[in-house]
Design a protein around this ligand. Structure first.
Ligand code: NAP
Length: 266
């Protein structure tokens, strides 16, 4: 039997997007803000979460001024009580969340011999505990709705990066977390994938340049020289990939780590 389904498919058909409720954490700026705006453009209502509600105003207004639906929610993703309250509020105001992007993140870089235990814990708490708490709260809605798309932010640093023993461990942990979510939640119509960005121009990489005592412009130029496509990434490069992974069409992609780094990763 020949597999010719693609040829038999109508070429003029359009895909329809069901409007869903998306939650994006750490969405006041950077990759999270670009992702929230992109998901709104994809037709979804978006809850813009960050540490302080007021910081989310710019992202929310970018969405609502373009005719989309969005709310700002202040939450520390590492606090179980705050996460429960935030997800409940989103469900009440926008409807059951079925798209979740665990994007909130921090860096506390240092060589291991100088790294305070507080900086190890802080990074683990935001990236791993945060993704766990958010996913635990949101999957309760996804499993009832029999539909869900979870995207977790990993990093090329998961493969090891000098000065980031805490961050690289957390980002590698995110990959195992994601694969296990895919296994546990697949039967409920829920997919889970990780996006692992390379160098993206945001406040986070600006912070790294500052720590290394070089100008952000020089840091960007130096990084671009090492990247096969010859440029650094922009937040929208990541948002575009998340847009696909949160779409209905991506329903057979699960448990994957997609490197978005302008070139291959080992
Ligand atoms: P960013 O510009 O620093 O934005 C991260 C956002 O998360 C900030 O608004 C931050 O608030 C917020 N946040 C921090 N802790 C939080 C908490 N406990 N609860 C809620 N929100 C919190 O970072 P980005 O560059 O866009 O990075 C976004 C994600 O991509 C992160 O997970 C990062 O690790 C990952 N990533 C980034 C790159 C890159 O090159 N930029 C590469 C690989 C992976 P504050 O302003 O208070 O910190």
């Amino acid at each position: 039997m020949q597999f010719i389904y693609a040829l038999e498919a109508p070429v003029t058909g359009t895909t329809t997007t069901t409007q869903r409720t998306a939650i994006v954490t750490g969405a006041a700026r950077g990759i999270g803000a670009a992702t929230a705006i992109r998901l709104a453009r994809d037709g979804h209502a978006v809850a813009v979460l960050d540490l302080e509600e007021a910081w989310c105003a710019e992202t929310v207004s970018a969405i609502t001024s373009a005719g989309g639906r969005a709310i700002a929610v202040g939450v520390d993703v590492s606090s179980p009580e705050q996460v429960e309250a935030a997800v409940e509020r989103v469900a009440m105001e926008l409807g059951a969340p079925t798209l979740l992007v665990n994007n909130a993140g921090i860096i506390r870089d240092n060589l291991i011999f100088k790294m305070p235990v507080e900086d190890w814990d802080a990074v683990m708490n935001v990236h791993l505990r945060g993704a766990f708490l958010m996913t635990k709260a949101v999957q309760a809605h996804m499993t009832v709705e029999k539909y869900g798309r979870i995207v977790n932010l990993s990093s090329t640093s998961a493969q090891g990066n000098r000065g980031q023993v805490n961050y690289s461990a957390a980002k590698a942990g995110i990959q195992g977390f994601t694969k296990t979510l895919a296994i546990e939640l697949g039967r409920f119509g829920v997919t889970a994938n990780a996006v692992a960005p390379g160098f993206i121009a945001t406040d986070m990489t600006r912070q790294t340049a500052k720590r290394m005592n070089i100008s952000f412009e020089d840091f960007l130029a130096g990084a671009a020289e090492q990247i096969p496509v010859g440029r650094v990434g922009q937040p929208e490069d990541i948002a575009n990939t998340i847009s696909f992974l949160t779409s209905e069409e991506a329903g057979y992609v699960s448990g994957q780590v997609i490197y978005v780094a302008g070139g291959p990763q080992d």
